[in-house]
Design a protein around this ligand. Structure first.
Ligand code: HEM
Length: 356
């Protein structure tokens, strides 16, 4: 990251024991939009206030905005690749889109920290939003997913994590990210009835020691094969922080999938590979035991932009545009032409043109 570049939100954050995911929709009338914009400038201070009380609690919060919400709240300019969640599927395997304007991803090593921050953030939004989904996730033993396998092993780390998650070619949105979430529910009885060796071939790794299966025995339909993308010989990664959740008393066992990337394209390609198959029909057998009940795509502005968005509004943006378009009293600066990579591909060539 060059010096003086905008501070990212806490997209690349330490692995924590607890998480709260909140998805909210904006109220239908526009009365609350000012409240949401003003809230954007308060988020960092609230994270500091709660986080400082337990200095080693690793509290963080990432806020993202859906495509429609961006237009209503902030207008132009908008992130080049922000669009409504694209659905994928074949037969009864469906990656469905569900309503969502605002995403909060709150992480800490203690649920009380997450809970306190969520209470303050949601409280301040008041009637301006309705929470449509709230999931309290927990870390299961040694970073196991609900299906019993270690989750997150192949995540990029360090500099690679920043490279794969932060936007660097959309001038107004430098160091923002795209984030895709899906809430999955599992048929644990069905999954647990499978022999461990079958489960391992579905995931593509060993269950106890979390070692990748040898290519000679790993099926091309394994979860790890279908979610491995290569372009020009280089692997394209995303950063995941899935969390198990559930209510045993109600028979609910789930995984909340969350993936960050510098473009939605690789995450969408993975979804297509999993749900439709690569090639079509060679789909992810994890989906025989898991179904997605939500789906949303959000843009995460940099922390600096998040704060500045408090002073943006579509009206203000219109006024700026009108001013720029008005007969010039003084020379008007011509915006630089969009870089070639703004065609939606974000320089990941073969991923370009994934189904809409
Ligand atoms: C890898 C679980 C959904 C992308 C893995 C691993 C597990 C796992 C256990 C192996 C360990 C690791 O490297 O993290 C799950 C579960 C899911 C789910 C339980 C929900 C039912 C998804 C979705 C995507 C995805 C929806 C992408 C859209 C990946 C990627 C890897 C991975 C990129 C690493 C592959 C590699 O490089 O080997 N997942 N996952 N996962 N998953 Fe998932």
């Amino acid at each position: 990251m060059p010096e003086q570049s905008p501070e990212p939100q806490a997209v690349v954050a330490p692995v924590t024991r607890s998480t709260i995911f909140i998805v909210a929709t904006l109220a239908a009338d526009d009365d609350g939009l000012d409240t949401v914009r003003a809230w954007c400038a308060d988020v960092a201070a609230l994270v500091r206030s709660v986080g400082k009380r337990v200095p080693d609690g690793n509290l963080s919060c990432v806020c993202g905005f859906g495509s429609g919400a961006w237009d209503r709240l902030f207008g132009a300019p908008r992130p080049a690749e922000l669009h409504p969640f694209r659905e994928f599927g074949a037969g009864d395997r469906r990656a469905i889109a569900t309503p969502g304007d605002l995403l909060l991803h709150i992480r800490a090593d203690r649920m009380d920290l997450c809970f306190e921050l969520a209470t303050l953030l949601v409280g301040r939004l008041g009637d301006a939003v309705s929470v449509v989904d709230e999931v309290h996730g927990f870390r299961y033993f040694d970073l196991r997913s609900m299906v019993g396998f270690v989750d997150g092993t192949e995540n990029p780390a360090g500099r690679e994590a920043l490279e794969f998650t932060l936007v660097d070619d959309d001038p107004e949105f430098i160091n923002g990210s795209y984030v895709l979430v899906q809430k999955y529910l599992h048929d644990m009885a069905g999954w647990n009835a499978l022999p461990v060796e079958t489960q391992e071939r579905i995931i593509g790794r060993t269950k106890l020691a979390d070692i990748e299966l040898d290519e000679a025995v790993k099926p091309t339909s394994s979860h790890s094969s279908l979610t491995t993308l290569e372009e020009d010989g280089r692997e394209i990664k995303i950063l995941r922080d899935n969390m198990p959740f559930g209510r045993p008393g109600s028979g609910e066992f789930g995984t909340y999938f969350i993936g960050y990337a510098r473009s939605p394209a690789p995450i969408e390609q993975m979804l297509e590979n999993m749900f439709v198959g690569r090639p079509p029909g060679n789909y992810d057998r994890l989906l025989d035991f898991s179904h997605a009940v939500t789906g949303g795509l959000f843009f995460v502005p940099s922390a600096d932009l998040l704060e500045a968005l408090a002073d943006r509004s579509p009206q203000a943006a219109d006024a700026d545009t009108e001013e720029a378009a008005a007969p010039a009293l003084a020379p008007v600066a011509v915006p630089a032409p969009a870089p070639a990579s703004q065609d939606g591909s974000l320089s990941i060539g073969s991923l370009k043109g994934t189904p809409q």
